[in-house]
Design a protein around this ligand. Structure first.
Ligand code: PLP
Length: 478
């Protein structure tokens, strides 16, 4: 393929995507395919002869698109949002176009430096403490990881290394393996699956502590867990606090957990994967009261900030904690400079290679401006509030817990089986997509505002569908 064909191919692909989004309401949010359909349609072996780019796009529209769940459909209300915007798509395209791998400065100076710049921009927009920012006088800074899961694991591994170094320094006779086997991590029973998995991958026991009636991990619970474990000869090492749990968007009180972690030299990591984006609006920053106690903080710009997957923004109070844990040298990786202010990001992450992810973040921040991003968050929250009002107006339903951010949880008063049936029937009809969770032992349906295309009319359409289905199952239940 030459550059002439590349131009034609690229322009045609962009036209397909623009048409797809212009007409997305003509589709159901869920595809009408059977398991195995695409596997059966595709040839068993890779094509031996080259195909025209037109054939590639034909297969995309005729075989691949029909088997896609439309994550940016206005009626996609499942999980949490995943970011997209035209600005981000173009940023990604530029990154793919350059195809650089920026594991150190010389490998691509702009890749490292644009990441420093955008992480400073974003950290300031979120109102993070200055110590987290590369532009502060201290050793803190930000990095774009691939996912919140990776950030939680990177934090855990760095916490482990830091704890072992500290204890050996205090008592050189200690055996590092012995310390390693005694380290314990803590989070709440409402944590995302990725937090529990970080314990598995990082070989550290992860205790899921019981949250309170509102889904929050309280200070007293953490304090008692530390005390019990220390009494058993174990060593508290790492705590993951959740700002916006996946089930119900509960916020752990950092101002309670933070001082306990500090007192015990325990690393506090904040998982604000979804709700963190809202902190660009000053009115929501109260939810992160106590963030000054954190050692690391992570939010997914690829969730609610209009940036395409993957773009998980992680800040650490002290970059040397990562470098000490992950620095492995080779002659061929020698760089022309060594300054924490221009990081060798390979020491801050798990893989060696890294993509030019900051291009899409930069493209979004530039084209929307802080004002446009705040408007997006506030619009989503107000649409969620409108939906909650509609559900509350129907006395067959209960909305609980009280909605926060863009998530509304609800159930039918007439019991879990009926709520479950309601969700199953709606999923089968493919027009509105939501998933379930549990709250205080009850089965609930989560409705999250996800798509940047969703309007007030779409919210009302969604509610009409839910209401209509409830009419059918409530009548048949009588
Ligand atoms: N933490 C929370 C609170 C989440 O809701 C999610 C995903 O929804 C994650 C972590 C995992 O995010 P990622 O897919 O970026 O690893």
């Amino acid at each position: 393929m030459d550059s002439k064909q590349f131009r034609e191919f690229g322009k045609a692909a962009i036209d397909i995507l623009a048409d797809y989004y212009d007409h997305i309401r003509d589709r159901n949010v869920l595809p009408s395919v059977e398991p195995g359909q695409l596997i059966r349609q595709m040839s068993e072996d890779a094509p031996e002869q080259p195909c025209d780019w037109q054939d590639v796009l034909k297969d995309f529209t005729e075989m691949i698109l029909p088997g896609t769940t439309h994550w940016h459909h206005p009626q996609f209300h499942a999980y949490y949002p995943t970011g997209i915007s035209y600005a981000s798509i173009v940023g990604n395209l530029l990154s793919d176009g350059l195809g650089v791998v920026g594991f150190n400065w010389i490998a691509s100076p702009a890749c490292t430096e644009l990441e420093v710049v955008t992480m400073n921009w974003l950290g300031k927009l979120l109102g993070l403490p200055e110590e987290f920012l590369n532009c502060s006088s201290g050793p803190g800074g930000g990095i774009i990881q691939g996912s919140a899961s990776e950030s939680t694991l990177v934090g855990l591994l760095a916490a482990k290394d830091k704890m072992i170094r500290r204890l050996i320094k205090e008592n050189p006779d200690l055996d590092p393996d012995d310390i390693r086997n005694k380290l314990v991590a803590y989070t709440s029973d409402q944590c995302n699956s990725s937090v529990e998995k970080a314990g598995v991958l990082g070989s550290m026991k992860m205790r899921l502590l019981k949250s309170d009636a509102f889904g929050k991990l309280r200070g007293d619970t953490l304090k008692k867990a530390f005390k019990d474990d220390v009494a058993d000869g174990l060593i508290p090492c790492y705590v993951v606090a959740n700002l916006g749990t996946t089930g119900t968007c509960a916020f752990d009180p950092l101002y309670e957990l933070g001082p306990i972690c500090k007192e015990n030299n325990v690393w506090l990591h904040v998982d604000a994967a979804y709700a963190g984006s809202a902190f660009i609006c000053p009115e929501y920053r109260g939810f992160m009261k106590g963030v000054e106690y954190a050692d690391s903080f992570d939010m997914n710009a690829h969730k609610w900030l209009l940036v395409n997957f993957d773009c998980s923004a992680m800040w650490v109070r002290d970059g040397y904690d990562l470098i000490n844990a992950f620095d492995v040298q080779r002659i061929y990786l020698d760089d022309v400079k060594t300054s924490l202010k221009i990081p060798d990001y390979r020491h801050w992450q798990m893989p060696l290679g890294r993509r030019f992810r900051s291009l899409k973040l930069w493209s979004v921040m530039k084209t929307y401006g802080a004002e446009g991003l705040r408007r997006h968050i506030r619009n989503h929250i107000s649409l969620a509030q409108h939906f909650a009002k509609l559900v509350k107006s129907d006395d067959r339903f209960v909305v609980e817990p009280e909605p926060t951010m863009g998530l509304v949880c609800f159930r039918l008063k007439d019991g879990d089986n009926l709520t479950k049936k309601l969700l199953e029937n709606l999923t089968a009809k493919k027009k509105v997509f939501m998933v379930a969770a549990s709250y205080r032992g009850r089965y609930i349906i989560r409705w999250v505002i996800c798509s940047l295309f969703t309007t007030k009319e779409d919210v009302e359409f969604s509610w009409q569908n839910i209401k209509k289905e409830a009419d059918i199952i409530c009548i048949s239940n009588k």
